[in-house]
Ligand binder design. Sequence first.
Ligand SMILES: Nc1ncnc2c1ncn2[C@@H]1O[C@H](COP(=O)(O)OP(=O)(O)O)[C@@H](O)[C@H]1O
Ligand SMILES: [Mg+2]
Length: 354
Amino acid sequence: MNAVNLQKVIESCLQSALSTEGEIASSNGYQVKVDFDSLQEEGHFDFIPNYPVKYPVDKVLNDKILSILSGALYPALTLFTGGPNFVKTNSANFSKARALRFYFKTGTYSRMLVDSLDTSYIYDGCLPLMEGFKYDFKHNSGHIAISGASGNGKSVFAEYMLSQFWLIGAKIVIIDPKLDHNLWHFAQKKEIEYHYPHVGDNPNTFSGEVTNTLSKAINVIGKRQSSILKGKEVDFNPYIVFIDEAAAFSTKQSRELMEKIVLMGRACKVWLFISAQAMDATNVISSIARDSMGLKIVLSSNPSSEDCRYLFKNFDPSDVVIPRDEYKFGVGLIEQKSDGRIVPFLAPYIANIN
Ligand SMILES: Nc1ncnc2c1ncn2[C@@H]1O[C@H](COP(=O)(O)OP(=O)(O)O)[C@@H](O)[C@H]1O
Ligand SMILES: [Mg+2]
């Protein structure tokens, strides 16, 4: 769709839907202007109210426009939620001097098909996670949080990411209180350090092991920090601690250590990957640590505000159209901190998990 056609579509959708709400009786009340980037991959449109207007130009209007258009423009465009984003129009006419801007991507995101976990996809500091979406771990904190109910694909998705970082030489440590069979096979095959509760052991034994493992990561941070101070190596290999189903063992001490890794690990590439059914502060991780995550993912085939409550505070997922395919797992929402956009997510389909 070119800019002119898109502008017409947007105007006609808004005209019928907004006017029925009694707010904007005629299309003279506003104008729409569309701009694509040079590659036509992304773009934005401006909603330019023609002041004086009878309606408040605010978050409510912003969200109403998003909710009218996100379904209407699918699958030609994927609208990014958020806002209101006020921009200057540079019009000399006061009536049209400002606009609400909405950003979009052309087309939709789609699922990557990954044949084997031995193929490397990382390039230029980015890990592709969908067709049309790359995780830029160079410009983010490196820490990752994945939430979602059992069976939604948290462990398999984590395995994809771990295998990718393993292929570029990352040191990986896995803490797995529930002993996931896919993760266990993966760790065996790659000779990755793996901690799980052994049958018959005193539960304190595993807690102690977790504390030791997290403390070791903090020691690595300390060593790397001192070599940064000495002006030595700064291009470290990632050191990743992955905790699967973190609510299954969490103690006050482990939560404090996890928070320390998240708050201190970024500059020296010591990263925490964490998965849990819900990322609450009581059982899993503090809100400060949560806010420092470079990548946040909610896996749910139909995400509700409740599902998003911890990772995407105050976010209403109902305006995000998630493209469907033949797989039920690995579906949800994703946000990387550097662009702050919460977008639909389809985890890579892994044909051969083991
Ligand atoms: N991305 C994926 N590609 C292929 N199969 C998947 C994928 N995600 C999940 N599955 C299938 O669904 C099952 C459950 O996924 P899993 O990651 O164990 O869920 P969770 O960790 O959230 O409980 C897996 O054993 C696998 O068979
Ligand atoms: Mg799991």
